[in-house]
Ligand binder design. Structure first.
Ligand SMILES: Nc1ncnc2c1ncn2[C@@H]1O[C@H](COP(=O)(O)OP(=O)(O)OP(=O)(O)O)[C@@H](O)[C@H]1O
Length: 269
């Protein structure tokens, strides 16, 4: 690494350094906990001191400059179009000391990633398909609004009691738009795919595999997920059929409702 790159890294880490707990933004949002540093934002749990409500505050990463702001503006625009009990509402957006912020509802509960990998939750085939059927209701709503989520993954699905929430609309695109790869990722400049519902269905296929592998005894989870799930998992022929279509091994579902019909058929048999 040359000296310039090194100094740039040090400078970025310094300007992106998370704010301390207790810091108050615009006299209204008191920072309670830093949640994480994403590809273009810093996210905190805050207390809205006026309403006493816990909210999530996302700040565009200062080091990403205009690009970070544009991506956060985009996410604000996407959330503004959505109104669904399982999707966090955008409560406000504002500029403060030349920084852009977005305020959304705080979703309590645990991500599917934490449930499976930290708490060791195991999902049977039926439980996994029932869960995904409910997730498809949320996703169908998103698709009906002309959007594709493009980041359906275990950490972006939260279970709060019996309620499922879908979060992280940072990559969401309008149907037919060219897909932007995750900011800073290796494919950033090479991705040319168009955003379509099968992109989300493909991710749903992987999502189901992760849920089904929760009951699989092995030390080498990742490797096996990418290789022989058809040999390793014992699932019904219809589940295998659905997975092969979702994962585009067989001709994919062109309409998500075809998948929902197959799911309903499985669940009602
Ligand atoms: N509304 C929310 N309620 C609860 N937790 C949230 C909410 N929004 C984000 N989080 C959590 O905050 C953390 C940071 O989220 P954020 O979307 O900023 O970045 P990321 O998802 O980690 O990265 P990237 O932006 O690169 O996808 C994640 O752990 C996420 O689960």
């Amino acid at each position: 690494m040359d000296v310039i790159e090194y100094l740039k890294g040090v400078y970025e880490a310094w300007i992106d350094y998370p704010k301390r707990e207790g810091t108050v933004i615009t006299d209204k949002y008191r920072i309670q906990q830093f949640l994480g540093l994403g590809s273009y934002g810093l996210t905190y749990i805050c207390m809205d001191v006026d309403s006493g409500q816990e909210v999530v505050l996302k700040q565009a990463k200062p080091s990403k400059g205009k690009v970070g702001r544009d991506l956060l503006y985009r996410e604000i625009g996407v959330l503004g179009r959505l109104s669904h009990p399982s999707i966090q509402r955008c409560l406000a957006s504002f500029e403060y000391k030349k920084q852009l912020y977005m305020v959304t509802e705080y979703v309590k509960g645990q991500t599917l990633e934490d449930l499976i990998f930290e708490r060791g939750e195991v999902f049977s085939e039926q439980e996994a398909l029932r869960f995904v059927r409910r997730l498809m209701e949320i996703l169908s709503y998103v698709h009906e609004q002309g959007l594709v989520h493009l980041d359906i993954r275990l950490p972006n699905v939260i279970l709060d009691g019996d309620q499922i929430h879908l979060i992280d609309f940072g990559l969401a695109s309008h149907l037919g738009e060219p897909i932007r790869a995750k900011f800073g990722s290796a494919e950033e400049t090479t991705h040319r795919e168009i955003a379509e519902t099968p992109n989300d269905l493909y991710a749903i296929g992987h999502f189901i595999l992760f849920m089904l592998y929760s009951g699989y005894n092995s030390d080498n989870f990742e490797v096996e997920l990418n290789s022989g799930w058809e040999d390793e998992l014992t699932v019904s022929p219809l589940t295998k059929h659905m997975l092969r279509k979702l994962l585009q091994i067989d001709p994919p579902y062109t309409d998500p409702q075809q998948f929902v019909r197959d799911l309903d058929h499985w669940l009602n048999q």
